[in-house]
Design a protein around this ligand. Structure first.
Ligand SMILES: Nc1ncnc2c1ncn2[C@@H]1O[C@H](COP(=O)(O)OP(=O)(O)OP(=O)(O)O)[C@@H](O)[C@H]1O
Ligand SMILES: [Mg+2]
Length: 233
């Protein structure tokens, strides 16, 4: 479904990705783990088109998508839930969700998709008129994911969905990620919470200073000595 080959990305003169190779097959949960500043978010931004790539290629469903702007990758079915959630704080839950389906004109379809989101996140339905910015961290994460689901994406990219959340909420979020995947959505999950991410992932990649250092099955990486020392200590 998605193939990154030798991707290089820069911020000005700083090289953040130094030739990244990642494959995501349809139906998989793939996780990308690594420490602060390793290049996880930059990888997702390079895919969704928020950061330009200087070299390499990104192929999605057989189509070269490198350096396509973000609104185009969105329309191709790639949803990116950024680090830190970035919901619209002054808009209500309902309005935030509507923004997710900006390309859909049919009100009936928007309504159906919203009901689908409420199936995963019943709490959002209870809070439908509440302003996004007044929700708890966990609720905002659910709203950010709900907004992405309004696109009915084929590929859902999540950047540190567990960040700053209580263990019980993290548990819920990871359960929902598994459920979304069972229902056919391919997932690319960026996490610092390596243990939990590797537990739900089919495969994982470890990125270090802009380079992929290790890759393998989720269960193999959990057992890997290097991974244990660096990320699961
Ligand atoms: N807007 C920016 N301008 C300049 N440098 C940046 C910018 N964003 C990221 N970088 C640099 O690019 C590198 C990769 O950053 P990136 O945000 O992808 O890391 P990350 O793995 O997501 O880290 P974290 O776990 O802290 O979110 C880092 O060295 C970072 O300092
Ligand atoms: Mg990041």
């Amino acid at each position: 479904m998605l193939q990154l080959s030798n991707v290089e990305s820069y911020y000005g003169g700083i090289q953040a990705l130094k030739g990244v190779d990642i494959v995501v097959d349809e139906g998989e949960i793939v996780t990308l783990i690594g420490s602060n500043g390793a290049g996880k978010s930059t990888t997702l931004k390079s895919i969704s088109g928020l950061v330009k790539i200087k070299a390499g290629s990104i192929v999605y469903k057989g189509m070269e998508i490198s350096n396509k702007p973000a609104h185009e990758t969105t329309l191709l079915g790639i949803a990116h839930v950024p680090e830190g959630r970035r919901i619209f704080p002054k808009l209500s839950v309902k309005e935030n969700l509507r923004m997710g389906a900006f390309s859909v004109k049919d009100k009936q379809v928007v309504q159906e998709r919203m009901e689908r989101v409420f199936h995963y996140f019943p709490k959002l339905k209870d809070r439908i008129e509440q302003k996004g910015g007044t929700m708890s961290g966990g609720e905002q994460q659910m709203l950010a994911m709900g907004r992405a689901l309004m696109l009915q994406p084929n590929l859902l990219m999540l950047d540190e969905p567990s960040m700053g959340l209580a263990p019980i909420i993290v548990e819920q979020i990871f359960e929902i990620i598994k459920e979304l995947n069972r229902e056919g959505i391919t997932i690319l999950l960026v996490e610092q919470n390596a243990y939990q991410a590797l537990q739900i992932a089919h495969r994982g990649y470890v990125i270090q200073t802009g380079e992929i250092k290790l890759q393998g099955n989720g269960s193999d990486l959990i057992k890997n000595e290097e991974v244990r020392e660096a990320y699961l200590a």
